[in-house]
Design a protein. Structure first.
Length: 153
């Protein structure tokens, strides 16, 4: 069976595909897939270094799974203000370098739910640096149709 994937397409050029980690973060993957397609604005991180991120409104009841505060190039994560019971901010981020996830309050645990293969890392870095230097742009995230069904994974 093929691995379910999502695709990121950036307004000013560049796209890449991430493999969903169904076995490590099944609830997060399901919530992301249910929210697709996502069309929004992507920003560069202020606190977590080599990261581009965009706000989402997915499922405030999601729990931590496959969570960490240390991420690597190609990691795709879901983050929310875990301590808030209602009205929590949520985001998805893509890392183009190894980083520690944090904000002004300190370390932030995140759910790693997908990974972009190494053969696409140069493209991720190009997009990340462009957004860092030139500012926010539009992003579209869609599911890749590869004939696999999540229920079969």
């Amino acid at each position: 069976m093929s691995t379910p994937q999502i695709q990121f397409h950036f307004e000013h050029g560049g796209e890449f595909v991430a493999n969903l980690l169904v076995d490590k973060a099944p609830e997060t993957v399901r919530a992301i897939l249910d929210a697709l397609p996502i069309e929004t604005t992507v920003y560069h991180s202020r606190w977590s270094g080599r990261e581009v991120n965009f706000p989402v409104s997915i499922d405030s009841s999601l729990v931590r799974e496959n969570d960490t505060t240390i991420v690597n190039t190609g990691d795709v994560i879901y983050w929310k203000e875990w301590e808030k019971k209602t009205g929590a901010a949520e985001a998805v981020a893509v890392y183009y370098g190894a980083e520690v996830t944090r904000d002004h309050r300190g370390y932030l645990p995140v759910n790693v739910f997908a990974r972009i293969p190494p053969d696409q890392w140069a493209r991720i870095e190009e997009v990340g640096i462009r957004i860092w230097q030139q500012g926010a742009e539009r992003i579209t995230v869609t599911r890749v149709s590869n004939g696999s069904d999540l229920e079969e994974e």
